[in-house]
Write a protein that binds this ligand. Sequence first.
Ligand code: ATP
Ligand code: MG
Length: 493
Amino acid sequence: MKDGYPKEIRDVAAVLAHAGFEAYLVGGCVRDLLLGTVYSEPVEPKDWDVATNAKPDEIQKLFPDSVYENKFGTVGVKTDSEDQKLKIVEVTTYRIEGKYSDKRHPDEVTFAENIEDDLSRRDFTVNAMALGMVNEESGIVDPFHGRKDLEDKIIRAVGDPDARFTEDALRILRAVRFSAQLGFAIDPRTEQAMRRHAGLLEFISKERIRDEFVKLIATDRAHEGVRMLERDGLLKFVLPELEEGVDVGQNKHHIYSVFEHNVRSLQYAVEQRFDTDVRIASLLHDVGKPRSKRGEGPDCTFYGHQVVGERMALEVLDRLHFPKDRAERIALLIREHMFVYDPETVTDAGARRLVRRVGKENLEALFQLREADRIGSGVPKAQPYRLRHLKFRIEKVSQDPISAKMLKVNGQDIMQEAGIAPGPKVGAILAVLLEEVLDDPTVNDRDVLIARAQNLARLDDKQLAEMAKFARKSADEAQTRVEEEIKKKYYVK
Ligand code: ATP
Ligand code: MG
């Protein structure tokens, strides 16, 4: 990466230049390259976009191994890069966009003559810079002073904010997302225009809203972004159900309103770098409370709010066109988030039932959600050791029990194959076999065990009883050893 950008990009630019065309890096990658000079650490661009004055057919001629899939001027140039992000370099003809009447793609694409015009259709000044890669024009093209805004950490619409948000209202959510992603403030004029045009989000496709929402949730300041959505009157177009909890007071076990608690739970999930699904579950986990609230003041109740919340989450996520399995997983976490983990109350059977309801693969996420709930309450009263205790119980019940049940033969087999009658001898033989299997799991084979049982059956009763006594003692010790290890793992005293 000699010039701050990869060889594959330089190669593409060189081919364009050789044919007499211009080539610039544009958009997010320029912003991210420059961010590295503002923050002390480099920021790795998510993708590399090249803009050129060559028309799509001209680009295709220069790069026979390329694909032109859409009508928006972007040609995908294939490279032999190892890097997933560089296998296809997107080369886009300078363009200005018409109206987005389907609110998804511009109705028509008009190619532009120069890079400045191309930059003028972009959303924010920090996203509207280009970096020349062909000698004569090398350097930054920055007609909207994005570099200054980047240094001042400001998200500002390019040109007239009202015009930008009217053209494409998704930009309103993009402003919030970039603000959270970059830790930038939104310029007041831009933010006022966002509030003014919030209603236009109604017409934006749910998929586009979902994608921005998920990107927001994945940032390190997702919780601040959600607060901004609420403050600026945007939340009702993204998650109206979440807004129901604003100023809804809780009972004596809480100090925050329902909304505040949901956001704080998200914040904890973000700080712990929990995955996006757990973050969304944390944000929505008490979404059912306003509708299940009974009474007022310190003694009000929210019985069944987790079930109401499960249903609401499914509605929310379905409306945003989340894939069904993902929506169901998040809703399941919400439904189960009230699980009991009081060591005095939870039995092995209870732990087993929880595992069955939630699924082993979702347990970790459920514990994370519960932790986020606990910390997000601001008054974490439950003791973390209790949660660890439950984890220990669960691990114990989901482990193969160290008992005669794990043997590949049972008492019936032994009586039949070794020709002995029911009685203590059967139990003794099983105990010896178990001890031997614990010692060497490879002997847990039906034929091997039956042969061994036939030998043991020939011993006299006293000798066999002695062996069994020894075997049982050592099996007990093995069980204790396993439990000790699990306990250590979860620091359960
Ligand atoms: P990141 O990839 O980190 O999410 P990005 O800035 O690359 O950020 P993309 O969505 O990949 O964002 O878009 C690339 C560029 O295209 C942006 O930097 C911006 O210049 C422009 N752009 C994208 N979407 C819009 C839009 N809705 N309106 C105007 N310009 C846009
Ligand atoms: Mg990008």
